[in-house]
Design a protein around this ligand. Structure first.
Ligand SMILES: Cc1cc2nc3c(=O)[nH]c(=O)nc-3n(C[C@H](O)[C@H](O)[C@H](O)COP(=O)(O)OP(=O)(O)OC[C@H]3O[C@@H](n4cnc5c(N)ncnc54)[C@H](O)[C@@H]3O)c2cc1C
Length: 537
């Protein structure tokens, strides 16, 4: 075992959306940063877009589900006790490799759920403390959209203008206008014009297979090139087994398996976890020692608990008109936050967002697209495929999940990854509140599609493959007995150990989390840059 990278000021574990931010910012502050990432860099030729079998790759190498994809860098997950599978990508860029780039911000009310509705907890910070970091992050990554939504606080002019509605957006707006529901072009982490040396989106469509042009603002094309230029040493194919601690209970680095499967040590003065809402609690629970027998920084017993997913219903409308719905980015077109806040008359608390999604190629249509209703095989196959292809789009009805301790990530007693590291087990049930919320949201999506003119509506109320947002498993708070990290992302138990991914979320709002994850990571990095002399090491 060797310490081949030398002692680092900062060790970041995980090179996804959040790890990229802190690595870049702390290198900018003059610190010596090493990042360990279990995946590798994807080259533009690695993406399937130009191959004849490109659509098949959705079932294979670019499957959203790591249990089905099983690339060497993926780890298995036990999903026997959850109706929703966690989805992720393991590479430089993390899950932003195959995300949709929908980039909405939390609203001020999202930080005050306990005060407003008497459920869950309030955050230890408010929207206005985070607002400058949202703006800074947007300007760094490149966001397409239109400032001025009266339903949200003001924000800076977006990096590039909206991509345009196209026939799908126009059909959708027809429905909104008929129903009188507020809608707005969604903030999207992708480019409609060249920006920062990257090209505009070419509307090719299948963003879930990754973006080979670099128009999608994924972490491997936004922060990482700058971080590496600034001197961050990014070690790929380095899978961390455990964070090490010294006799004083301070983090001292990590043990990891390199690409040859050899165990290596990286020493550091401070450790930052950025492995996502499943990978981070897994690593903390795997980091046991005589000082931390129940897992690192787990005196509250909350590491791994309060997992939130954003249960998601997909509702697809089929239209007579040709909507050209295979053209253009899959997500990130329009959002509707008409039903965002609690209305006691509905019989549940909190709310949801409706998010417009386009469709993609013929194979995904044949397999049902976003619904669990495939085109039938046999005599009617071509007829039904013609009826659907290019003539449908989907509304994602994404609800706010509330934190519940029994929804959790633990370590599976038997399942391990290819390096023999215990794998996570996911236990999750939908609460009564979530069941009611998602049913109401799916009904509203149906109503919208009918108002827009759909002749057929297909609904999938709780989509199994929809655990794309992983949050809550090392929650933030002022009270060490009720939270894992403080308002700066620093663990209560280990003063030189930080968490910057979605694990720190107290509640999750009914919207995509990554702009909030990155804004929080930037805020934590600023705090470390200003205070690192006082952090014990
Ligand atoms: C299909 C899909 C669509 C999505 N669409 C959107 C969207 O439209 N909008 C939005 O806001 N969000 C979206 N998301 C979610 C978004 O991708 C995540 O919120 C974001 O990437 C989380 O950032 P992160 O840094 O916490 O984790 P990740 O980006 O997942 O990065 C974690 C990294 O840590 C590495 N890692 C984990 N464990 C270890 C270990 N032991 N050793 C070394 N490395 C390790 C992983 O390999 C990975 O690269 C989507 C996600 C998916 C899967």
């Amino acid at each position: 075992m060797s310490d081949s990278n030398g002692h680092a000021d900062v060790l970041v574990i995980g090179a996804g959306a959040s790890g990229s931010v802190v690595a870049w910012r702390l290198a900018q502050a003059g610190m010596n940063v090493v990042c360990l990432e279990q995946g590798g860099w994807l080259d533009k030729d690695d993406y399937p877009h130009r191959r004849n079998d490109w659509e098949l790759q959705r079932q294979l190498e670019f499957n959203l589900d790591p249990n089905e994809r099983m690339r060497p860098e993926d780890y298995p997950l036990n999903v026997d006790d959850t109706p929703i599978n966690p989805l992720m990508f393991n590479a430089v860029g993390g899950s932003t490799i195959h995300w949709s780039g929908h980039f909405p911000r939390f609203k001020p009310s999202d930080f005050r759920v306990k005060t407003l509705d008497g459920v869950a907890d309030d955050w230890p910070l408010d929207y206005w403390e985070l607002e400058p970091y949202y703006d800074r992050n947007d300007a760094l990554v490149g966001v397409t959209g239109l400032a001025g939504d009266p339903a949200n606080p003001p924000r800076s002019v977006r990096s590039t203008p909206p991509l345009g509605l196209g026939p799908v957006g126009e059909a959708c707006v027809r429905g909104f206008e008929k129903l009188g529901w507020h809608w707005w072009p969604a903030d999207s982490a992708l480019l409609s014009e060249p920006f920062d040396g990257r090209p505009a989106c070419n509307n090719c469509g299948p963003c879930d297979l990754g973006c080979p042009t670099g128009a999608m603002s994924s972490a491997h094309v936004t922060y990482w090139p700058k971080a590496v230029d600034m001197g961050v040493r990014l070690v790929t194919h380095a899978r961390v087994r455990e964070v090490t601690v010294d006799s004083r209970g301070l983090a001292s680095g990590a043990l990891y398996f390199d690409e040859n499967g050899d165990l290596q040590e990286q020493q550091a003065s401070m450790v930052i976890l950025a492995c996502n809402g499943v990978g981070t609690p897994r690593l903390m629970l795997n980091s046991t020692s005589s000082l931390f027998p129940d897992g690192l920084a787990n005196s509250s017993g909350l590491v791994g608990k309060n997992l939130m997913f954003h249960p998601n219903g997909f509702v697809t409308g089929i239209f007579d008109e040709d909507l050209q719905s295979f053209r253009g980015p899959i997500g990130a077109l329009i959002h509707c936050q008409e039903f965002y806040e609690t209305d006691p008359a509905r019989g549940f608390v909190r709310g949801f967002q409706l998010q417009m999604c386009r469709a993609t190629g013929p194979l995904s249509h044949a397999l049902g697209g976003f619904t669990s209703d495939p085109v039938p095989w046999g005599a009617r196959h071509h007829e039904v495929l013609r009826e659907r292809f290019s003539r449908n789009f989907t509304i994602g009805a994404m609800i706010e999940d509330l934190p519940e301790p029994h929804n959790r990530v633990t370590l599976d007693p038997e399942l391990c990854d290819s390096d023999g590291i215990p794998a996570p087990k996911i236990e999750y049930t939908l609460s009564d509140n979530s069941e009611k919320l998602v049913a109401f949201a799916v009904d509203r999506a149906r109503e919208l599609l009918e108002a827009a003119g759909a002749h057929t509506v297909l609904a999938d109320p709780v989509v199994r493959r929809s655990g794309w947002h992983l949050m809550g498993t090392a929650r933030m708070g002022d009270n060490p007995a009720e939270s894992v990290v403080d308002k700066w992302g620093r663990t209560h138990d280990v003063p030189n150990l930080f968490v910057v991914d979605g694990s720190v979320f107290v509640t999750c709002a009914p919207i995509n989390p990554t702009t909030t994850i990155q804004a929080l990571a930037l805020r934590t990095a600023d705090w470390i840059a200003d205070n690192h002399q006082e952090i014990p090491s």
